[in-house]
Design a binder for this molecule. Sequence first.
Ligand SMILES: NC(=O)c1ccc[n+]([C@@H]2O[C@H](COP(=O)([O-])OP(=O)(O)OC[C@H]3O[C@@H](n4cnc5c(N)ncnc54)[C@H](OP(=O)(O)O)[C@@H]3O)[C@@H](O)[C@H]2O)c1
Length: 170
Amino acid sequence: MGNCYPYRDQPVTALQSEYSLWWREPEGNLLSVLEELGIGFVPFAPLGKGFLTGTVNSDTEFSQDDFRSSVPRFQREALSANQKLLDLVISIAGEKGVTPAQAALSWLLAQRPWIVPIPGTTKLHRLAENVRSVGVHWDDEELKRIGAALAKIQTVGDRYPATHQHLVNR
Ligand SMILES: NC(=O)c1ccc[n+]([C@@H]2O[C@H](COP(=O)([O-])OP(=O)(O)OC[C@H]3O[C@@H](n4cnc5c(N)ncnc54)[C@H](OP(=O)(O)O)[C@@H]3O)[C@@H](O)[C@H]2O)c1
């Protein structure tokens, strides 16, 4: 009989899922499983779909065709409540002399050596800015301080509209 499980010969190289300063669920048990199995991790939406860059606030109007217009986390009240997190990102970026986007990306890079975030941008100068985050380093003390500050902040709003949210983790 032939091999019923051909995928056994094709080990998983990397997993892509959402991970950022405002979506840290992978820290629950996903990262440890990936570490154990030697699988890389590619965080999508590492800039919180733009929120962590400081270019979005509670006054931002999203066009109808912008996915964020239907995302609970991007509604006016949620954005207002989530400003605390953005303030933290802006503050740690300022201390480090980098942009908020670079702080958000370099924080992810600092979590594990096998984490490779994929930020999206339509602008070449932002691509260059984001790539420079590989040169931003955080020591253990700084990461501990950021972790303690994050632990005090509760992110408000689901990351998907109800029509999509119920499909997550089924
Ligand atoms: N979001 C999802 O649900 C999802 C799911 C699967 C895969 N992905 C993939 O993951 C990648 C990234 O996700 P994403 O694009 O949704 O979210 P993201 O990378 O977290 O954020 C992208 C947003 O941030 C802005 N931005 C990027 N760099 C910036 C900077 N330096 N300063 C200020 N603003 C900046 C972009 O606007 P500008 O274009 O104006 O710069 C865009 O609005 C994409 O390749 C996407 O296809 C996403």
